[in-house]
Design a protein around this ligand. Structure first.
Ligand SMILES: *Cc1c(COP(=O)(O)O)cnc(C)c1O
Length: 366
């Protein structure tokens, strides 16, 4: 079915940058720049400048950034890593694939790690804390860092949904030992396929991630230092991301306008909880606009009938996917979020008129 307001419009998004993107892609093809060429290094240094980090290591997914950051922090079998239950499964899978045990804790009503729950989850086996900056808002890092430092724990940031977001004047991904980013097509900075990056100020961690992504090899000496992975950021994707990074500030501005428009239009709607608006210590980047309503399924159906496409992240808690083998941590608020959340269309391509249609449709729900 064609939606009047699709969740995202990848074709329209391409249309806005087509000449530059085509030139970047064909430039790679015409020069045979396919793997680990100057476009990758150029993008890494541009992205490092954008977020303010010493090193950026381009990888083929956000998942690999998480995995390599954890391995770089020395996480392995027998360790525990504390993260939130309300996140994308890749956050937890990265922990599992190091051999460590994920310990899932509750989020607060801004969808991010509740620092009040963190200390109680720490055991002698805890090695690291993995806060997630969900929906474009940085988790309460000042408190999380203080607790982690008190217990000697590494902090790895899942900044996949928070490219450019800030908290207390610091940028997502640059606060802990490493920050992990995703360039999946529908993140605020997306390629035309999978991509990701790890950022860190730690020279050793950066070196290890650079080797892990290239089958463990040190490219200068040819020495293999690890049983590694094949996980380089694709050169063509890097060339595309360089183009898109130049547009990102404008796109983030447009997202903010739309977010504010939704907020003004939807304020006071009965039985609907609006997402947190930033201000004070928080500068959010409006990755998603997530409502909460007790009659989520009926609301979703109503919006579908009105021609508006929505998404639900996530309809059931991770531990209910039995094959993942995760124990039920008994987190009532996370379970409630799974029943209540609904994401409205929010992308720079959305017009004011479309946003107003979405507002009217939400308000007309009975
Ligand atoms: C997108 C995302 C990831 C994983 O990124 P990929 O590039 O798809 O591997 C991890 N965590 C969160 C919170 C995400 O939204």
């Amino acid at each position: 079915m064609g939606y009047r307001v699709p969740f995202v419009d990848a074709v329209a998004a391409y249309g806005k940058v087509k000449p530059e993107v085509d030139a970047a892609i064909f430039g790679c093809l015409e020069h045979g720049d396919l793997v680990y060429r100057h476009q990758l290094k150029a993008f890494e240094s541009e992205f490092a400048g954008f977020i303010g980090s010493k090193h950026v290591v381009g990888l083929n997914s956000g998942y690999h950034a998480l995995l390599f950051a954890l391995l770089g922090a020395g996480v392995g079998a027998g360790d525990e890593v504390i993260t939130v239950a309300h996140t994308f499964v890749a956050t937890v899978s990265a922990i599992v694939h190091t051999g460590a045990t994920p310990v899932l804790i509750e989020v607060a009503d801004d969808f991010n790690m509740d620092p009040a729950r963190l200390e109680a989850a720490i055991t002698p086996r805890t090695k690291a804390v993995l806060p997630v900056h969900l929906n474009g808002r940085v988790a309460p890092m000042t408190e999380i860092m203080a607790i982690a430092q008190r217990h000697g724990l590494a902090v790895i940031e899942d900044a996949a949904q928070a490219i450019g977001a800030r908290h207390d004047g610091r940028t997502a991904g640059t606060i802990g030992a490493a920050g992990c980013f995703s360039f999946y097509p529908f993140k605020v900075l997306g390629g035309y396929g999978d991509g990701g990056a790890l950022c860190t100020d730690d020279d050793d961690l950066a070196t290890m991630a650079r080797r892990l992504r290239y089958n463990g090899e040190d490219r200068e000496t040819g020495e293999y230092h690890h049983h590694g992975h094949t996980a380089l950021l694709d050169n063509i994707q890097a060339a595309v991301l360089s183009v898109k990074l130049r547009h990102l500030p404008g796109w983030l501005e447009r997202r903010r306008e739309l977010f504010t428009r939704y907020d003004a239009g939807l304020r006071g709607t009965p039985d609907v909880i609006l997402p947190p608006m930033d201000g004070g210590a928080h500068h959010d980047i409006c990755q998603n606009y997530v409502l909460r309503t007790p009659s989520r399924e009926a609301m979703r159906e109503h919006l579908r009938e009105e021609g508006i496409e929505t998404l639900v992240h996530w309809p059931k808690p991770m531990w209910e996917h039995r094959s993942l083998g995760l124990p039920d941590p008994g987190l009532a608020f996370t379970e409630r979020l799974c029943r209540e959340v609904i994401s409205l269309p929010l992308s720079p391509e959305l017009t004011d008129e479309q946003a107003d249609e979405v507002v009217a449709a939400v308000r007309s729900f009975r």
